[in-house]
Design a protein around this ligand. Structure first.
Ligand code: TNX
Length: 865
């Protein structure tokens, strides 16, 4: 060897130990598969590491991080690795002494047991990444594992959570028979508007609008006129002419005036409208107020047949009708959690568009939680710089740890992200122009980890800069001497703010002040602040010297009493500023022991404080099904946010590939529609496992009193964010369920809910739902295709059977197209369209998918014959 070469070689040898050899993370494949749902309520699963690289995965020097939404029993894990729960849903896996190197090309399977059954691919662990260490023990940059494969759910145990689980998993045949009562209705028989107007009468003829159309409006309606002009522009190919005041010959007229309901003659002073479309006089919208005019405009938009958008002829026609309309409930809400996964501003704006189209008027903006703080607050930059960021971190002084598969790379969607002041003001203005009130939620004292960590980072930064203890700790949210231990529902052991510190209230005042500034700058009304208040883990504050001192001075016996103490102070801060206090049901409940059972009762303490209470936790079979009624009967204003019918983060169905959670059951398109706010106990009733619940089980449940009825102020759909990893997923979960929510929130109490006989009621329900499902399939979903094409709603897969040599297929929303193939290929819109039974010869396989008018397809289903 020549001297130079041997020198280089020697130098390499000397430095080589610092570069331990590891396979590239991109060349490691992980397989995850469910092995069993055990009778003891645990799930068993396997993780297989396949080393596709040419170097072995060594026996030490590496850590594999991942997220998993349930507790894992560390003792159950294969002994060659050690599993540690870090916090929340974040875990670490390291080799033990018994781990032998995994050679190039080899695979190794590890087994795990976690609490709770697993039914879906979406339950698989996510966000895997390696941290390798060099021989000095220095961590190398984190290396994400990109190739993670979920083994298909094919066995019966994988679709059954428990031997008692009665709920069937969807198959093409099951869907076919479940859809059997639905059928395509002639389009001209459908009610042309969602939600159903209070009164609609069709008149003869139609009204033509074209490029010469003028919109005349009263000065107070300039914003509504502008909204209408924008909505009509794509149809006319030009912006219609706007005229303030004055008389017009033909066109659209917007005005304020008295609106009376036709049957009772009752005058409605807010959100009501009268829409008259007349062949001779054109369109007149009279609103009780600008909101009423706005809703008249939205109805007008829906009267335009979606096919007219595609013609783009510069003109369109409207059927002659008279509509007199007013909402049943004043609160018609949608909630969006942007903390668990962040949703960019454009997604929020589009959701607001869709809400407005269907006359929803409250946007409950869940801006903060354990896993993120998403709103910039002037003067507290750490809240978003650290609280709005997730990534690999040892200290959490720079970023929060990963959650929900957000991975090691800080600053990336959807784990990281926040709204700047400008973004938020734009959202507020956009909502206000659509008559939507934005209710901000600052979730406290639990679900507050992002704020806590951000304020700890602030404290550390200011201390390091040499500021005094009191200056540095001015906004601190924890008592550093607190020895309490607890575990929250989502697995956190440090997510509760300390309610005994002056700095906590200082922080609150600061945040509320900044919120008020933002709203004022946007010209948006801030009337209600949602304080969260949900799921405070037992054990919090018990080991805090600051709390012990406060309890002594306030005469508080039990640390659990500190939550109402905090609420009282939060409420005071809000009241002083003229703001209303809202919160999840926990803010108005106390738990007591009755007949050896823990029960929750309305807390008399706050009943006259004007709280707005969101009732949510109503798992059927839990005994808590009447919390909403108890609260309303006790005098609390209640928004029905019930998980069983209105949690849009729950999966539509039990199919393993249908994404979403399912802790309170499944929420299909008709589930929100079935919810009659005044009749929660209409049978037949089933528990969350699908087992029939006899009426005796509800003998002691409270029924809604006439007084209680007045306290049901409305209903709301919830989009919790744990699984909302992309904008498409947000719309998939929101739509079309949001339209059924809107129907229940706005339309009159449905007739079927007032029928006593259960068979007759079922028949009436099926008739009503069939009509509504036709409206979705034939009118509203095709409208979304052209008006808001990015609002990619879920398409239900077809039901199908082969019987007596014929293929028969149907769909849950009549009007959607079904296309099929017989050659094993994936159906496309170019494949034959199914309209009537198809004769099949011999044996083979049919594949079918539902399509929208844009050519977007559903999950494909397969029938073998
Ligand atoms: C319960 S509802 C929660 C949320 C979760 C949701 C998931 C409520 C007040 N708390 O933190 O995201 O379930 O469905």
């Amino acid at each position: 060897m020549d001297p130079l070469k041997s020198f280089i070689y020697g130098a390499l040898l000397l430095t080589a130990p610092a570069f331990a050899q590891y396979p590239a993370a991109e060349r490691i494949t992980l397989y995850w598969g469910l092995s069993a749902n055990q009778e003891n309520g645990r799930a068993r699963w396997e993780l297989t590491l396949v080393n596709q690289d040419t170097v072995a995965l060594p026996a030490s020097g590496w850590t594999l991080f991942f997220n998993f939404m349930r507790p894992i029993d560390a003792q159950s894990v294969s002994p060659m690795v050690r599993l540690t729960h870090i916090n929340g849903d974040f875990y670490r896996l390291e080799p033990t002494e018994t781990f032998t190197p995994l050679p190039a090309g080899a695979r190794r399977t590890l087994t795990f047991e976690s609490l709770g059954p697993i039914l879906k691919a979406i339950d698989a662990p996510t966000g895997f990444y390696f941290v390798f260490r060099d021989t000095e023990g220095q961590a190398l940059p984190p290396a994400p594992v990109r190739d993670v494969r979920i083994l298909p759910f094919v066995s019966a145990f994988q679709t059954q959570s428990h031997p008692a689980d009665q709920r069937p998993s969807p198959t093409p045949a099951l869907d076919y028979y479940q859809n059997a009562y639905l059928h395509l209705l002639p389009s001209e028989t459908l009610i042309p508007v969602i939600p159903t107007p209070y009164h609609l009468s069709r008149q003869a003829g139609s009204c033509q609008l074209d490029r010469a159309t003028t919109i005349t409006y009263e000065p107070a309606l300039a914003r509504e006129a502008d909204f209408l002009a924008q909505a009509l522009t794509p149809l006319l190919g030009t912006r219609p002419h706007l005229v303030e005041g004055g008389e017009v010959q033909k066109g659209i007229r917007l005005q304020l005036g008295t609106v009376r309901l036709p049957d009772t003659g009752q005058q409605v002073s807010s959100e009501a409208y009268h829409l008259l479309i007349h062949p001779a006089t054109g369109v007149t919208i009279t609103g009780s107020d600008p909101s009423g005019v706005f809703y008249g405009i939205q109805t007008l938009r829906q009267l335009i047949d979606p096919s007219q958008y595609r013609q783009a002829s510069g003109a369109f026609s409207l059927p002659a009708v008279e509509i007199i309309d007013a909402p049943r409930f004043g609160y018609r809400g949608l909630h969006l959690d942007v903390a668990r996964n962040f949703q960019p501003k454009d997604v929020v704006l589009r959701l607001l568009d869709v809400m407005a189209l269907y006359k929803l008027n409250r946007f409950h903006f869940h801006l903060t939680d354990d896993e993120g703080w998403r709103l910039a607050i002037d003067g507290l930059p750490e809240l978003t710089e650290i609280g709005g960021c997730r990534g690999h971190t040892e200290t959490e002084l720079d970023c929060l740890i990963p959650s929900y598969g957000s991975g090691p790379e800080a600053g990336r969607l959807p784990g990281s992200g926040y709204y700047t002041r400008e973004d938020f003001i734009e959202i507020l203005r956009y909502a206000t122009a659509r008559h939507i009130e934005v209710i901000p939620e600052i979730d406290m004292p639990g679900h507050a980890r992002a704020a806590i960590k951000a304020m700890e980072a602030r404290y550390a930064r200011l201390k390091a800069k040499g500021l005094s203890e009191s200056e540095a700790a001015a906004y601190r949210l924890i008592d550093p001497a607190d020895t309490s231990t607890y575990r929250s529902v989502q697995g956190w052991d440090d997510n509760v703010i300390n309610v005994c510190l002056p700095s906590t209230y200082h922080f609150l005042e600061k945040v509320i002040t900044e919120l008020q500034r933002l709203y004022a700058e946007a010209g948006a009304p801030l009337r209600v602040v949602h304080t969260g208040g949900d799921e405070v883990p037992h054990g919090a504050w018990s080991g805090s010297p600051a709390c012990q001192a406060l309890m002594r001075s306030e005469g508080i016996q039990d640390p659990a009493e500190l939550q109402p103490y905090f609420l009282q102070r939060f409420h005071q801060i809000l009241r002083q500023r003229g703001l209303r206090t809202a919160g999840w049901e926990e803010i108005a409940l106390v738990s007591t022991e009755e007949n050896h059972r823990r029960v929750h009762r309305p807390n008399p303490r706050f009943r006259n404080e004007g709280f707005l209470v969101y009732a949510w936790n109503n798992i059927w079979g839990s005994g808590a099904e009447d919390h909403a009624y108890r609260l309303a009967n006790a005098g609390y204003d209640v928004v029905l946010s019930l998980a069983s019918n209105l949690y849009f983060d729950l999966a539509y169905t039990k199919h393993p590939e249908e994404a979403g959670l399912y802790w309170a059951g499944f929420v299909d398109n008709d589930t929100p529609y079935r919810l009659e706010p005044f009749e929660l106990f209409l049978g037949p009733l089933y528990d969350w496992l699908g087992r029939p619940l006899p009426p005796e089980r509800f003998a002691h449940h409270e029924r809604l009193t006439p007084e209680g009825q007045r306290h049901i102020v409305g209903i709301q759909g919830q989009l919790w964010g744990e699984t909302l990893r992309t904008p498409d997923r947000v719309f998939y979960m929101a739509l079309p369920r949001l339209l059924a929510l809107a129907e229940r929130a706005w339309a009159r109490q449905p007739e079927w809910s007032q029928i006593q006989d259960s068979d007759a009621r079922r028949q009436a329900f099926e008739k009503a739902w069939n009509e509504f499902a036709n409206r979705l399939g034939q009118r509203e979903l095709p409208r979304l295709d052209v008006v808001y094409p990015d609002a990619s709603y879920r398409l239900p897969p077809p039901g199908a059977v082969v019987e007596n040599g014929y293929l028969k297929a149907n769909v849950a929303l009549p009007g959607l197209a079904i296309h099929y193939t017989l050659d094993g290929s994936e159906p496309t819109p170019a494949s034959p369209r199914y309209t009537t039974p198809v004769r099949l010869e011999g044996h083979g396989e049919v594949r079918l998918r539902t399509f929208d008018t844009r050519g977007r397809g559903s999950r494909s289903v397969r029938v073998v014959y």
